[in-house]
Design a protein around this ligand. Structure first.
Ligand SMILES: [Zn+2]
Length: 496
């Protein structure tokens, strides 16, 4: 009711302003208030934002709203354009994203690969690749290792050739989890070969699974490796290598055991394929604002507080707009309120705070992944990351805390913060959360993330502001604030 009155008041007072977002600004209190949390949620989950799908009009309106809020709180803009960090995501425009007519030529025969055994990679570029095959193990080119060396230590010439590489080393197998950073890593590998002028790449799985790679091409992606890249079933490639007298499994085992490169030109095997997929780009952004701490030394340490603001638009399991009040207008509202309060008392903060609203979280955490792989990221000394994704449906006072902190060590600490809130804290391993904290987790940063649990309205048009547990969201915002304030002011940063 209060919100309605405020909006009405503004209509009367000010003839030129009609946006609900102005209401939040004009009567903004630097304290965390239930009314403000709810008014942020109401705006972000309103029909005009249409479910905040990346690249949509509602996405842009959300970005403007969040930038405006950060500006009004006095946060310093940290994007490439004011508060906005621009991200271009690319995806195939074709329904059929396939690599057809892939021709293999061996010593005595040639054949066309079954289209089910092969697919284009999202990181691939348009073009024709035609050349002799070279097996380059894990395809690592670094200061300490060159996977293009043969067993005699001589580098194999790959100019104009097609390089077969295994997608990830066993130690990096976790990259498969939820596609995290996987494509970035693969594209980095491929780009590292650029000066040797290969003609194309074939990627195969690291494990013996005969299916194609887990990472799916339907994801939006921001990396273009600049060269044609296909994924072929491992057993098919193993067959080609076998015809030249090499056993893929034992070769890989030997590389694993001795860590030594074993690059092999397959003298009689050739492949020809073409990437002619049409792809297009959409634009979205992360929003970033900075609150500088006041301690000359500790202010160099940065605590990231984050929430994703995007949602799935009309792409729900059922027809209609998915408003995303809980997912994740709720977390966005919590971060807004916390940022406002921290900014108002920044003279008390020792460490600095980077406030981030991530775009393109839905469908693969792309906004946060983009950030942690950007030059911007390496400029900060980030000591911890606190994420809020879906904190609007508190039930039985049960709050899930995803973290990579050592809970036996930190449990007492959490319980001290919890005094007066009486939340039942349920700890879970960080990556289980499948939200933006994971991008930071894989960079080795201590993370804490809050979540009030799944529900039947998740990703449906029924995730509405009216269903938010307002008292619960208020409680969690304050609980989160207390922890963040502590992290900003304590002498010792939190350790895993
Ligand atoms: Zn979410």
């Amino acid at each position: 009711m209060k919100t309605i009155k405020l909006i009405l008041g503004i209509f009367i007072l000010c003839t030129c302003v009609s946006y609900a977002q102005e209401a939040a600004n004009k009567y903004s209190s630097s304290e965390i208030t239930d009314t403000e949390i709810y008014s942020h949620i109401e705006y972000l989950a309103s029909p005009i934002l249409g479910g905040r799908l990346k690249g949509s009009k509602g996405d842009v309106l959300s970005q403007q709203y969040l930038s405006k809020q950060l500006q009004s709180y006095g946060c310093e803009p940290k994007g490439d354009t004011a508060y906005m960090q621009t991200i271009y995501l690319r995806q195939s425009s074709d329904d059929k994203f396939t690599a057809d007519s892939v021709k293999i030529t061996g010593r005595d025969s040639s054949f066309i690969l079954n289209p089910r055994d092969v697919r284009l990679m999202q990181i691939s570029a348009n073009g024709t690749a035609n050349g002799q095959l070279v097996f380059a193990g894990y395809g690592i080119l670094s200061e300490n290792r060159n996977d293009l060396l043969n067993t005699e230590g001589v580098e194999v010439d790959i100019k104009g050739k097609i390089v077969i590489l295994i997608d990830v080393i066993p130690d990096d197998f976790y990259l498969y989890e939820y596609n995290l950073r996987f494509c970035t890593k693969l594209a980095e590998k491929i780009k590292s070969f650029e000066s040797r002028k290969p003609a194309g790449f074939i990627v195969i799985r690291t494990d013996r699974d005969t299916s194609l790679m887990i990472t799916d091409n339907s994801y939006w992606y921001y990396v273009n490796s600049g060269i044609p890249v296909i994924n072929i079933r491992r057993n098919v490639v193993a067959g080609i290598m076998q015809s030249e007298g090499y056993n893929l499994d034992s070769l890989q085992k030997r590389i694993n055991r001795y860590g030594k490169p074993n690059c092999l030109p397959l003298e009689n095997s050739y492949i020809a394929f073409r990437d002619k997929a049409r792809r297009h780009y959409i634009k979205t952004t992360n929003i970033a604002g900075f609150i500088e701490g006041s301690d000359p030394e500790l202010s160099k340490e940065v605590i990231v507080i984050g929430a994703h603001y995007d949602h799935v638009g009309g792409n729900g399991r059922t027809s209609g707009i998915c408003y995303g009040a809980d997912d994740n207008a709720s977390g966005t509202a919590a971060v807004l309120e916390i940022a406002q309060k921290l900014s108002a008392e920044k003279y008390k903060l020792k460490r600095s705070v980077l406030v981030m609203f991530f775009g393109a979280e839905e469908g693969g955490l792309k906004g946060s992944e983009y950030f942690v792989n950007s030059a911007e990221f390496s400029r900060y000394n980030i000591v911890s990351m606190i994420n809020f994704d879906m904190i609007g449906r508190l039930r039985n006072n049960e709050l899930t805390v995803y973290t990579n902190l050592n809970i036996p060590i930190h449990d007492t600490e959490f319980n001290t913060f919890n005094e007066g809130y009486n939340l039942t804290l349920k700890y879970e391993a960080s990556y289980e959360g499948r939200s933006d904290q994971n991008s930071f987790h894989y960079k080795g940063i201590p993370i804490i993330a809050f979540f009030t649990g799944l529900h039947e309205d998740y990703h449906t048009p029924k995730d509405l502001p009216g269903k938010i547990n307002r008292a619960g969201a208020y409680l969690i915002t304050n609980f989160g604030y207390d922890i963040i304030y502590h992290l900003c002011t304590t002498e010792n940063p939190i350790k895993k």
